[in-house]
Ligand binder design. Structure first.
Ligand SMILES: [Zn+2]
Length: 174
């Protein structure tokens, strides 16, 4: 059995332009033709190219060069992505220097039948979290629809809601 001339997998699912290729690489090749940037980067990655057969190298270079003429070149995409990543790192650093780092946790309390808030359970939960350094950040109530009631095994014509509590805790700055 022949191997895929693009990724060297031991699969020959189809023949494209005289090359045997696997379905995975065929999907990627279609992506390349449609101008998908991740697929272009895949076919321009030197590590991947080193696995291509001679035929595949020529064929893919031709397709990729065509696409790069009408879209962006792999090099331009890499530069742009690196710039965006650096931008994002800068924003994160700035935000951290101003407000510090926090983590969040979500808890839900189900209120069956009566549909009113279970104040005792909620108080216990908030206090338990507070002892662990969490602060209540947001709380809202979510009236459950028929499907949710079914999933929870509750009677469909009962009213139930869940309280959603979002807790916040300050992290040590690194
Ligand atoms: Zn393949």
């Amino acid at each position: 059995m022949r191997v895929c001339e693009i990724c060297n997998a031991k699969k020959e699912d189809r023949i494209i332009a005289g090359m045997s290729i696997c379905n995975n690489c065929f999907t990627r090749l279609q992506g390349l033709r449609n101008g998908n940037e991740d697929d272009l980067l895949f076919f321009r990655d030197p590590i991947n190219v080193s696995k291509f057969s001679h035929n595949a190298k020529e064929y893919i270079d031709e397709v990729a060069t065509d696409i790069e003429k009408s879209h962006r070149t792999a090099e331009e995409i890499i530069i742009e992505r690196k710039r965006m990543q650096e931008d994002e790192m800068e924003k994160q650093e700035y935000a951290r220097s101003l407000i510090g780092l926090y983590e969040y946790a979500v808890e839900t309390i189900l209120n069956e039948d009566h549909g009113c808030v279970d104040a005792k359970r909620m108080t216990e939960l908030i206090n338990k979290r507070a002892r662990e350094g969490w602060k209540l950040h947001t709380v809202y109530s979510n009236e459950l629809g028929k499907n949710a009631l079914k999933v929870l095994g509750l009677v469909e014509n009962s009213t139930a809601c869940e309280d959603v509590l979002v807790f916040e805790r300050k992290l040590m700055d690194k």
